[in-house]
Design a binder for this molecule. Structure first.
Ligand code: CP
Ligand code: NVA
Length: 304
């Protein structure tokens, strides 16, 4: 594996499978009271430029369960918030820490941090992508469906960080991937370029029912992401109808599973009824953040 996890495209199918196998093993051990202090004495720095419930708590408890500790580093307190250059911060933090997780706006900031840090850097969400979430999603799909072969995964909504990473992750693992989004809110051009490596496996439309037809896994995400609060009213108009509801479920395979990275806005991208009917799958997905990220930390941070 590469030194860092900055985006899904950093990982091959083989590496993803290795991570999922390790995540499943760590999950089993955790559930059975078997301690696994694989990262004993190690420290993970966590830089958050945006809010978080799942990412923060799962990384913090995850490193603790692995025998290490987490440091929550708010840019309000770090000198970086007062203008200390990223390359200096990176070179200093690398001398104290064994790994850094960062959630921020620009993907370039994560990539610059990774370039200047000698320790591994893990992307905990940017405007461009959300690789840790997608690893948890893939783990959940594998648990519920037994694998990826022959599955159709569909994403309905904004062509945002979730859409970008799901498309890359889904195609890498051999699934058919469909997306329904408004024309002006398509996924990133680099991701659309990536799909060209998988002819016949990717479709994009603005028609929700067409995209959802015969799906095995349905995904959606909020209409306005963090940092887009000022566009929320406009987005509510554009995205009306881009919703997982009973009509969408009806055109999917009978045993379709529904995933949502959370937080969810009931009545917007998903109805309360569909959310509750699939709550078991959605909260397993949330739990799997913990197990998937522990696997990422072990793979990237374990000393030889
Ligand atoms: N899904 C997710 O990343 O949740 P948080 O924003 O709560 O971390
Ligand atoms: N697209 C959402 C995902 C939150 C986990 C956002 O960036 O706010």
């Amino acid at each position: 594996m590469k030194k860092d996890l900055t985006k899904m495209a950093d990982l091959s199918a083989e590496e993803i499978n290795e991570l999922l196998d390790l995540a499943a093993k760590l999950k089993y051990e955790r559930k059975n009271g078997i301690e696994h202090h694989i990262l004993k004495g190690q420290s993970l720095g966590m830089i958050f430029q945006k809010s978080s419930t799942r990412t923060r708590v799962s990384f913090e408890t995850g490193i603790y369960q692995l025998g290490g500790q987490a440091l929550f580093l708010s840019p309000r307190d770090l000198q970086i918030g007062r203008g200390e250059p990223l390359e200096d911060t990176a070179r200093v933090l690398s001398r104290y820490l064994d790994g850094i997780m960062i959630r921020t706006f620009a993907q370039k900031e994560v990539e610059d941090l990774a370039k200047w840090c000698t320790c591994p850097v893990i992307n905990g969400l940017t405007d461009y992508c959300h690789p840790c979430q997608i690893l948890a999603d893939l783990l959940t799909i594998r648990e519920f469906k037994g694998g990826f072969n022959g599955l159709k995964m569909t994403y309905i909504g904004d062509g945002n960080n979730m859409a970008n990473s799901l498309i890359v992750g889904g195609l890498t693992m051999g699934m058919d991937v469909a997306i329904a989004c408004p024309n002006a809110y398509q996924p990133d051009p680099t991701v659309l370029e990536f799909t060209k490596k998988y002819p016949g496996k990717f479709t994009m439309t603005d028609n929700i029912l067409e995209a959802a037809q015969n799906s095995d896994v349905l995904f959606t995400d909020v209409w306005a992401s963090m940092g887009q609060e000022e566009e929320a009213a406009e987005r509510r108009k554009v995205f009306t109808g881009y919703q997982i509801n009973d009509a969408v479920i009806d055109v999917c395979h009978k045993d379709v599973m529904v995933q949502h990275c959370l937080p969810a806005h009931r009545g917007e991208e998903i109805t309360a009824e569909v959310f509750e009917a699939h709550a078991n799958e959605i909260f397993e997905e949330a739990e799997n953040r913990l197990h998937a990220q522990k696997a990422v930390m072990v793979k990237l941070m374990k000393k030889a």
